[in-house]
Design a binder for this molecule. Structure first.
Ligand SMILES: [Zn+2]
Length: 327
């Protein structure tokens, strides 16, 4: 019988131990473990279902929540620190039974730190990003409801060729989550987030009518626009038509757009009869949007996990000092 010499066995054990440690360290964390490591709890605990009577049930084990959970975990993994922190702090991400049965609704309840996802969005988590991007560019809010550009189907929307693409990442859901997180971030601000920007924020290029009565928006786009509305948007101070609705939507849309475009490199162009009528890079590079992006980037530099940190951000914003300093 071959007898291993003690020091050989010892060396082998040490080698195996080192190999195991290296393997564990190099082993990519699963998105679920990454969430637990950052947040200290499972995302699933915060996933809730709100039924038609408004009753919420959380930490659901049903497998129909698996797809949504995996999409949200992937989004979490690719998100900047501040978004991760907000998603850790969140009271609930609730799938809501739609009040009118069809309305594709998503919203943030800043007082409860809750993000609501409509069932329509939940069932459509696989929709490719180009489709909602097409809708963002060809539907616009008017006081009497949404209007669309005539022959909108002739307008083609596609990603620019240099756009990165993370397989398995749902950009449609990601953009919606970032918009709602933008509302949660804004709830921590005591000042206009664009207070310190020097460029004029008053849009002059979108055809607006002031809202009357109990309207949701402060201003609406006047009805019966054609495809030239896209080039007006490109020159405007707003990242989308919806951003022009209120200053809250302006921040949430700009926050989402900054992450999608600058951090995830997702940019789109729209063409009509092979002619480019909208280029998102040109749009987001215009002087006012660039200044708004700078403000969002500065807000993102702050951790918002304590009152002390929130105060620090608010002081900088109030005095336009620190990262908000004007050059
Ligand atoms: Zn919103």
């Amino acid at each position: 019988m071959l007898k291993a010499k003690p020091y050989v066995v010892g060396t082998s054990l040490v080698f195996l131990l080192v190999a195991a440690v290296v393997w564990f360290a190099a082993k990519p964390k699963s998105p679920e473990n990454a969430f637990v490591a950052t947040c200290g709890h499972k995302l699933r605990e915060k996933l809730c279902f709100v039924d038609r009577h408004g009753v919420a049930e959380c930490n659901l084990s049903e497998s129909r929540f698996d797809v949504l959970e995996s999409k949200l975990l992937a989004i979490f993994e690719h998100s900047p620190d501040q978004v991760q922190q907000k998603l850790c702090d969140i009271g609930a991400i609730s799938v809501n039974y739609p009040s009118n049965g069809i309305e594709p609704w998503m919203g943030a309840f800043t007082n409860y730190k809750v993000i609501g996802i409509n069932m329509f969005d939940w069932f459509n988590v696989g929709v490719p990003f180009e489709r909602p991007a097409h809708a963002y560019l060809t539907w616009y809010p008017t006081e009497t409801g949404s209007f669309s550009i005539p022959n909108r189907e002739k307008i083609k929307v596609k990603f620019t060729s240099d756009s990165d693409f993370q397989v398995g990442l749902n950009y449609t859901l990601a953009r919606s989550i970032y918009h709602e997180v933008g509302h949660l971030v804004q709830a921590d601000l005591r000042h206009d987030p664009f207070k310190c920007i020097s460029a004029p924020t008053q849009p002059t290029t979108l055809p607006f009518a002031n809202a009357s009565g109990e309207a949701y928006c402060d201003q609406y786009i006047t009805p019966h626009q054609n495809h030239t509305l896209l080039s007006k948007l490109q020159k405007s101070a707003h990242v989308s038509y919806y951003a022009s609705c209120t200053r809250y939507e302006d921040f949430a849309e700009t926050y989402a757009s900054y992450i999608m475009s600058n951090l995830m490199n997702r940019n789109i162009v729209a063409t009509l009869n092979d002619e480019t009528i909208y280029d998102q890079r040109t749009h987001l590079g215009n002087p006012t949007v660039r200044q708004k992006f700078k403000a969002v980037a500065n807000i993102m530099k702050f951790a918002l996990d304590s009152t002390k940190n929130k105060n620090k951000l608010n002081r900088s914003l109030e005095n336009c000092s620190g990262p908000f300093e004007q050059n």
